[in-house]
Design a protein around this ligand. Sequence first.
Ligand code: ADP
Ligand code: MG
Length: 280
Amino acid sequence: MTASQIHRPGTAEHLLDVRNLKVCFQVSDRAVRAVDGVDFHVKPAECVGVVGESGSGKSTLIRAISRLMPNLRVSELSGDLRFEGRDILGMSERDIRALRRSQGFSMIFQDPLGYLNPTHRVGRQIAEALSPHSKGESDSQRVHSLLEEVGFSDPKSVAHSFPHELSGGMRQRVMIAIALASDPKLLFADEPTTALDATVQLQVLQTLYRIHKERNMAVVIITHDLGVVAELCDRVYVMQTGKVVETAGTVDLFERPKHSYSARLIELSAHRINFRSAGL
Ligand SMILES: Nc1ncnc2c1ncn2[C@@H]1O[C@H](COP(=O)(O)OP(=O)(O)O)[C@@H](O)[C@H]1O
Ligand SMILES: [Mg+2]
């Protein structure tokens, strides 16, 4: 056993444990610090929100954790990142892929079309993501039950569709089905409903929440919409310019924000909610 595989004592209750994460991008002759010493953890079956304005480092945080930064000019990536006690940064590409493929973590993004293959039917794309642990069911049975789980009443016809034949909300449900195919213990959702209109947003978020509860699966949801956090999350991290400026239980954050930036975000979201209810 190597040093990186030794489980760190005292963190067994954390599914994910991140200490002092730093990420720098090289942009021409300049280093841009996108994440600046972040501590972050997720417990099993917990729903955690990450909020902050655009550019505050939310996406970079979860991309670094899931080691999904292909072809990016990263000039620094450091910290202590552990999933179930295992050192993520020290893992080989093969091990990290195995973790994504089976009972580790999955991701969904704002723009499902960018991640779906336009020339393959949806059913095939879900089948390709299935974890190797079959429970005696055929692949197509498993694909159909995943499609039912994410809310489709006609899984057969959806499985036969191509991505462009589906609406934005349906495509995001398909992405969720692909993400669930590996039986993840943790799902990262990066602004999963930002591109959808309000009614569909709500339906997709309700689906995500139901699945989180039914599967006891931890979820990290990134959003700039505090209304989403208020509805779904147990705990929240507030990020500003690459740093976590506050972390709190959701109710505490809304009732007693400690940081002026959190208070401002709450105020802004209250305005948005008022606009919405006023029909503006
Ligand atoms: N691939 C990249 N190359 C250079 N800079 C990047 C890259 N991705 C993100 N950044 C920069 O890192 C910072 C954080 O970005 P990001 O993590 O996307 O924030 P958020 O998701 O909160 O909007 C921003 O200053 C952004 O410009
Ligand atoms: Mg982002």
